[in-house]
Each structure stands twice: as structure tokens, then as C-alpha cells.
Design a protein around this ligand. Structure first.
Ligand code: NMX
Ligand code: MLT
Length: 461
């Protein structure tokens, strides 16, 4: 079977020719206007960035290589296509994004899964990385630990080493970028497992790496989702629940990979990478951006928020109490986590797919008051946010549902939720980074303006 690298190599001549012709022919065509407001409002809506794998429509939501999420769910291979939600393997999405839209066969996805597994060298972090992570203060935020973990792994960067010793050139940058990216993605389950064990088990392993299993399975296994792990805080799950948890992980990791290029984690990875910074350093910057509460950290904030609200209202079915709780939050000038979006103007289809996971297992979730609250919130929060009148999108985003579903199965460490997000997010921005190198995109360097310069620009004819 041909490797992912072979597939990419074959695509390069045709794709670069198309790209270069397009640039040459249309380079001076104007496609957007920049206003003062866009400069002063986080460049919202500026069409100013090239990103190939994913696009975002405000109403329809995400497309991956022009496939909607539900098209991906029916087209990309998974291990359990006949079992409910057509949950595809994140490895299938990785192949799909890296090859600019080639749908892998199940055999290719499994081959990639195996490749990632082999890259972990028997499921072990390099000893020095493991030792340093073991010594981090156990209360250090897991996202900080993850960022440190990636920085520690950077000494294995082929790109950095070969750039330094002068054996790389512009035509071959992409090869080491791919190598580093796949090694980095392969290491994410090990980092996640290590960090989780730091949180709850004094750094001692909670489970084992299984080389014959897929990437998501191994994240679950390393955080202790298996019956043999005495020290796990996740216990007493039936076989069916264990299987569901792994499927939830596959679903989650498959749908969080990317969200066009402008989101903070993707954009930071791209920006830092544009200086020819290697994938470890670049994605570590992405992680640091993901750790902001308005971005990926909302995953943890939603869980904390639901738990707190649930303990302050008489029942998750009491919509009036939920409404009052929300108004109180807004009057304290706090945000409702999991609601709103910088680009979307509709319910996030990724949220809907997580909700479908719940609907397909209605008995499992019937007595979970937090999950009920998460669902009932969708009946109240959009109305409240609309009446509040500030937010441009009053609907739920992906973070609204994810964490509380993991919580249901026993993953109770709320601060850990964003680490799982980060495992997934590696896939999109790093696929783009490989193609940034293939296309030879230059260093990103927009022009900034001070108030005086802006004043001059608005008053000059
Ligand atoms: N609750 C309360 N107020 C909100 C919310 C919300 N969920 N969303 C937006 N607003 C406010 C926002 O703070 C701003 O207020 P002000 O004018 O006082 O600064 C106003 O509404 C206008 O904001 P928008 O233009 O609608 O949103 P913007 O593009 O600036 O920000 C988010 C987008 C996602 C940062 C914002 O909706 C938010 O803070 N949501 C809650 C946090 C969250 O769920 N983030 C996760 C996003 C998804 N992800 O995974 O990254
Ligand atoms: C994401 O997945 O990155 C979020 O929805 C935030 C964004 O798109 O800006």
C-alpha cells in the first residue's frame, strides 16, 4: 500500500502548478475592503488568509475539502460504520486533509494509524521528556503542561536539525515538515496520558499503549479508560459504555481538527510556522492560543458552568430558573460559555453531531442531569442572548456539549478537556503547514498602523 507521503508527492506537481497559475493570473484582483472597524475589531471577516483544507460558512458551518460534516460522516472510513453516527477515524480525516481531499480506504486509514503507532517507539515518551513532565507542579494547568511537552519534543525535529545542518532546500522543506507533523500527532496520546496521570495519579501510568489499536483508542487507554486500571478514576463502566466512550473520543477527535484558518489556534500555528519555525514550536504556539477561555478553553469552562448551574437550580428541567441564572451571569458581565461564535451565525454542526451521539443513546443519558441541562440550555440561552442584544450569534458552538459527555463517562478532570481538543486540533493546522511549505508561502507580516496613521488615512482624499 502506498504511504501518505507517496500520495502527497504525487499530488505536488499538479497542485503547485494550479496554485502558481492562479497567483500569476489574478494577483492584482481586489477581493475585499479593509475598514477602520475591521482593523480595530480583531480583523473580523477580513478575507486575508490562505487556507486550503477547511472553509466556514456562517450558516452552514464547516466544510472539510468541500465536504460538509455529515458528508464526511458518511464518506470517511471508520471502524463501526453500521453502528449509529457513522463515526469516522480521525486518521481518515488526517489523510483526507493532508492529501487535499482524497478519501482514504479503510485500509489506508488503518495503515496511517499503524504508522502513527510505530512512530511512538512502543508507546513511550522519550525518557527526558517523561522525566521533566513528571517534575512539573501537579497543579500546573494541563494546557501549560502540554505546551511544555511539545517544546520538549522539539529536540527531535528533523526540520530544525536538517535546516541547521544545511541539508534542506525549499523543495524539500515539506518532507521534514510532514515527518515532524506525523511524529508530533503520534505523540499526542502519550502526552495526554502523561498529563492526565500527573493530575490524578502522581505521574504514574494509568493505562497502556496498545500498538495494534487506533489513535483515539490509545488516548482512552492511556488516560485509564480500561477495566484493568486500578488507579483510574474512571471505573465501573460496562463493556458497552467503554466502547461508547472510545467512539465518543473518535467522534470528538474527528470533528475538532480544524475550523478554517482564522481561528486562534490554527492562525497562531500558521503565523509562527510562516517564519520556517518547525512543527513542534509552531503547534505549541497554537496550543497556547487554544488555552484561552474565548477559544478552546471554553471546553472546560462549559463543564464547570454546567456543574455550578446544576447545583444552583432545583431541576435541569426548570427553564425559568435556567433563564434567571443566565441573566444573573450576564449582569455580572460574564459570557455564557459554549455560546456565540466569531464567524458562525447558526448552531454549530459539530455541536449537532455531538447531540446526535446523545440522542442515539437516550437511555444512557436519561438520568444525567448535567447532560439534560446542556440540552435544555439550547432552549433558553439563544433567547436570552438575543434579548441581551450584544452577541451576534446566540447559538451553541462545539464546546457546548463535548466536555460534559466525557464527564458523563467518568472523565471528571474539567481542566483536562482542552487537552483532548488539542490532540484533535493538531491535525488541521499541521496538514496546512505541510502545504504551506509545498506552496512556498512566505513569512506572514501584515502592516500595523498607529492611531495617527489611521487618522491620516481616513482624512486624506
Ligand atoms: N455570552 C455573553 N456575551 C457574549 C457571548 C456569550 N456567549 N458571545 C458574545 N458575547 C458578547 C461579546 O462579549 C461582545 O461583548 P462586548 O461588545 O461587550 O465586547 C458582544 O457580545 C459581541 O460579540 P460577538 O461579535 O458576537 O462575538 P465575537 O466574535 O467578539 O466573539 C466568541 C466570539 C466566541 C469569543 C464569543 O461569542 C464568546 O465569548 N463566547 C463564549 C466563549 C466560547 O464559547 N468560546 C468558544 C468558541 C468556540 N471555540 O471552540 O473556540
Ligand atoms: C474553533 O473550532 O476553532 C472554534 O469554533 C473557534 C473559531 O472558529 O474561531
Amino acid at each position: 500500500v502506498r504511504s501518505l507521503k507517496d500520495e502527497i508527492k504525487e499530488l505536488i506537481p499538479q497542485k503547485t502548478q494550479q496554485f502558481n497559475l492562479f497567483r500569476k493570473k489574478f494577483k492584482d484582483v481586489k477581493i475585499d475592503t479593509i475598514t477602520v472597524n475591521s482593523i480595530l475589531s480583531g480583523m473580523r471577516g477580513n478575507k486575508s488568509m490562505f487556507w486550503q483544507g477547511t472553509t466556514l460558512d456562517p450558516i452552514e458551518g464547516i466544510r472539510f475539502n468541500n465536504f460538509t460534516l455529515s458528508q464526511c460522516q458518511t464518506s470517511l472510513p471508520g471502524l463501526n460504520q453500521n453502528n449509529h453516527s457513522n463515526i469516522f477515524l480521525p486518521e481518515s480525516m488526517l489523510w483526507f486533509l493532508m492529501t487535499g481531499g482524497k478519501i482514504p480506504t479503510l485500509q489506508q486509514s488503518l495503515q496511517l494509524s499503524n504508522d502513527l503507532s510505530e512512530r511512538t517507539k512502543n508507546g513511550n515518551l522519550p525518557p527526558n521528556v517523561n522525566n521533566i513532565l513528571s517534575q512539573l507542579p501537579k497543579k500546573m494547568h494541563p494546557m501549560t503542561q502540554l505546551s511544555i511537552g511539545l517544546l520538549l519534543l522539539q529536540e527531535n525535529s528533523f526540520f530544525q536539525k536538517n535546516y541547521e545542518n544545511g541539508t534542506l532546500n525549499k523543495d524539500t522543506y515539506w518532507e521534514d515538515t510532514l515527518e515532524d507533523s506525523l511524529n508530533l500527532i503520534a505523540m499526542m496520546p502519550l502526552l495526554a496520558g502523561k498529563i492526565y496521570s500527573n493530575m490524578i495519579n502522581e505521574g504514574k501510568p494509568l493505562g497502556q499503549f496498545n500498538p495494534s489499536k487506533d489513535w483515539s483508542y490509545n488516548i482512552c487507554s492511556l488516560i485509564g479508560i480500561n477495566k484493568n486500571s486500578d488507579s483510574s478514576n474512571i471505573s465501573n463502566l460496562s463493556n458497552r459504555q467503554l466502547e461508547d466512550f472510545v467512539n465518543l473520543m473518535r467522534l470528538y477527535l474527528g470533528i475538532h481538527v480544524d475550523h478554517e484558518g482564522g481561528n486562534v489556534s490554527a492562525h497562531s500555528t500558521h503565523l509562527v510556522g510562516s517564519a520556517l519555525t518547525d512543527p513542534y514550536l509552531s503547534y505549541s504556539s497554537g496550543i497556547n492560543g487554544l488555552a484561552g477561555p474565548l477559544h478552546g478553553l471554553a471546553a472546560q469552562e462549559v463543564v464547570r458552568f454546567l456543574i455550578e448551574m446544576n447545583s444552583n437550580i432545583s431541576s435541569p428541567k426548570n427553564l425559568l430558573e435556567i433563564e434567571n441564572y443566565l441573566w444573573n451571569l450576564l449582569s455580572c458581565k460574564r459570557v455564557i460559555p459554549g455560546y456565540g461564535h466569531a464567524v458562525l451565525r447558526n448552531t454549530d454542526p459539530r455541536f449537532t453531531s455531538l447531540l446526535n451521539f446523545v440522542h442515539e443513546r437516550s437511555q444512557e443519558f436519561a438520568n444525567d442531569s448535567h447532560v439534560q441541562l446542556m440540552q435544555n440550555l439550547t432552549k433558553v440561552a439563544p433567547k436570552v442572548l438575543t434579548e441581551h442584544g450584544k452577541c451576534q450569534n446566540p447559538y451553541p458552538n462545539v464546546d457546548s456539549a463535548s466536555g460534559i459527555l466525557f464527564y458523563h463517562y467518568g472523565l471528571k478532570q474539567t481542566l483536562f478537556m482542552t487537552v483532548i481538543f488539542a490532540c484533535s486540533r493538531a491535525i488541521g493546522p499541521l496538514s496546512q503547514l505541510v502545504w504551506d511549505r509545498i506552496y512556498g508561502l512566505p513569512i506572514e507580516r501584515p502592516k500595523s498602523l498607529d492611531l495617527n496613521s489611521l487618522k491620516k488615512l481616513v482624512t486624506s482624499p
